[in-house]
Design a protein around this ligand. Sequence first.
Ligand code: RM4
Ligand code: MN
Ligand code: MN
Length: 400
Amino acid sequence: MNDQLRNQTIAMDAVVGKIQQFTIETPSWGYGDSGTRFKVFHWPGAARTLREKLADAAQVNAVTGVCPSVAIHIPWDLEDDWRSVKDYAHGLGLRIGSVNPNLFQEESYRLGSLCHTDKHVRQRAIDHVLECIQIAQAVDSDILSLWLAEGTNYPGQDSLRGRRHRLLESLQAIYAALPAGMRLLIEYKFFEPAFYSTDLPDWGTSLLMAQKLGPQAQVLVDTGHHPQGTNIPQIVTQLLDEDRLGGFHFNDRKYADDDLIVGSLNPFELFCIFNEIIDAGAEENPNVGRIAYMIDQSHNIEPKIEAMVQSVLNIQTAYAKALLVDRVALRSSQEASDVLEGYRVLQAAYETDVRPLLAEVRARQGLDPDPITALRNSGYADRVARERVAVATASGYPGA
Ligand code: RM4
Ligand code: MN
Ligand code: MN
């Protein structure tokens, strides 16, 4: 083997190793029936219980090899015996990942939860989050992931400053209960279900809250939660620089919070996000090593397990391409103020066909190079479609 070939092999081994180590968490709620506010269509065999969701997630892990943890949503996934849930997950080669409190489906939350004017409602919401911290401890999870569905629909409906103060106070009570080593991820979303103001509408507001709380509080970037045209890769760089990028909820969108398959619409944006992370990592940014990569997807018309696998593959594709960026050439074109060369360096990596590389990664893990076909051939979907009886699900619109 000549030197050049040996160096290429070493470089390729490093890339393969990085792709194998890059793990992605899937959400329990992506395996059950869900839909739009118009109609929830039942998918034959869709998971009905946490155990069924975990069993489905184990299939995703079996064919991809990179999805060992599952996020849970409380109370959707509420159980009495967390030790047995933990053991059941371990038996499937999985572990429970982030714990997501639900602060949007109680009658008393009509005008908010952590920001509500009534301190009893705020306390109820805080107590629910504290319960979720205990659940996280019981399942050995170190991430509590918070999303607030609240705000106002009309100017003057409530005091915006008042809501901000209440939010901070509630978050401080939650932060005080966080055990050492547990992180509080603060997710933002610019609108919906509130339409005039949202209490955590953007990354800046989440970052301010995190900075006021302390180092265990970090920002969660859901890629579907921005206004059109927002430069998400730039948000990522800001948060990395501030050491506050807690993690991602990956999904794709065209118009609103569409929760579509990751990278199905904006694969280049996804690539650019990874490019920024890898670029920061090359400069030893300390935040890069502890980013939680999670999928937050819900399926209306898609086969659920297959949609999840597709998202994982699209994420791996974007990540692999970003690993191939020639960082030396990129830096020198930037230093030479060459406007287009840096773009071409990115383009060269983005246009590389990484399918053979990903097939090699899977072969080295003893996996089928084609996870979708492997999933289809496993017969799992047909089996659960026969075994699991449908449960009726409603839509958000009465009579719809
Ligand atoms: C929200 C948000 C949260 C998720 C819920 C189900 O839009 O993205 O992360 O927990 O949906
Ligand atoms: Mn989300
Ligand atoms: Mn969302």
